[in-house]
Write a protein that binds this ligand. Structure first.
Ligand code: DC
Length: 236
């Protein structure tokens, strides 16, 4: 068990899925949640929402830290299901639907920066725990198994080679119709984001001791989901 162990009373099973971007984590989590009838909590969307709101401020570069802390402490964030929209799990900030606005490269980089600020992480911790404590929840992020739910019932740490992750990201960008950058640019961004996420002082990206590690480089998404589902069912 991790040193930072905190007993969080849960109303039902909690599954923690951590790992860097591009490992198939989000899609696998969404599918597992649907198949198992669990609530899907995309904690990255919370950091992205803060990043987006900071960028909307007049001169975000002047004091990014103060601005991010201010936003994180005052904003009301919530998820809502919307069966007629894709993705169905929508994120709202003070009642405003940000779902389609938080996936741009600029928000991605700003989310990574704001996620290294301890006060921002602290402000989002209670919300993540409340969402998970309702039970039958799968939370995906970077520190779910280590910090948010050290006592999660099943923990996974997904990984994949940088080349494979860059390839997947490029396909996603092309499918989204955006002006796709080169493979080398995408790869450099991934390396930079990994470095930021794994070297920050608070809650860095790392595998919990008791997490199941899964390298998805050579696996299809169907294989990833099937492997994880089998392990979850065996353990719950
Ligand atoms: O999973 P994602 O790419 O949407 O996450 C956006 C950023 O938020 C990413 O740089 C890492 C950070 N993050 C985090 O620090 N802790 C989490 N639990 C989830 C995301």
């Amino acid at each position: 068990m991790e040193k930072s162990f905190v007993k969080v009373p849960k109303m039902g099973p909690v599954i923690a899925i951590d790992g860097p971007a591009g490992t198939g984590k989000s899609t696998a989590t969404r599918r597992l949640a649907d198949q198992l009838g669990f609530v899907h909590v995309d904690t990255g969307a919370l950091y992205r929402a803060i990043g987006f709101l900071v960028l909307e401020k007049e001169r975000p570069e002047v004091d990014l830290v103060a601005s991010a802390v201010d936003v994180a402490r005052s904003v009301h964030l919530e998820f809502q299901r919307s069966p007629e929209k894709n993705p169905a799990n929508r994120i709202f900030a003070n009642g405003r639907d940000l779902t389609d606005l938080i996936r741009t490269p600029q928000v991605t980089m700003t989310a990574s920066r704001v996620s290294s600020i301890p006060e921002v992480r602290a402000a989002l911790l209670g919300l993540q725990r409340r969402l998970g404590c309702q039970g039958r929840a799968i939370l995906e992020g970077r520190d779910i198994g280590t910090v948010v739910f050290p006592d999660a019932d099943v923990k996974f740490f997904l990984n994949a080679s940088v080349d494979e992750r860059a390839k997947r990201r490029l396909i996603e960008l092309e499918a989204a119709g955006s002006d796709a950058p080169s493979f080398e640019e995408v790869k450099a961004q991934i390396v930079e984001r990994d470095r930021g996420d794994s070297t920050r002082a608070v809650a860095p990206l790392r595998k919990a001791q008791d997490a199941i590690e899964l390298d998805t480089s050579q696996l299809t998404l169907d294989q990833v989901v099937a492997t994880m589902e089998k392990m979850i069912v065996e353990r719950l």
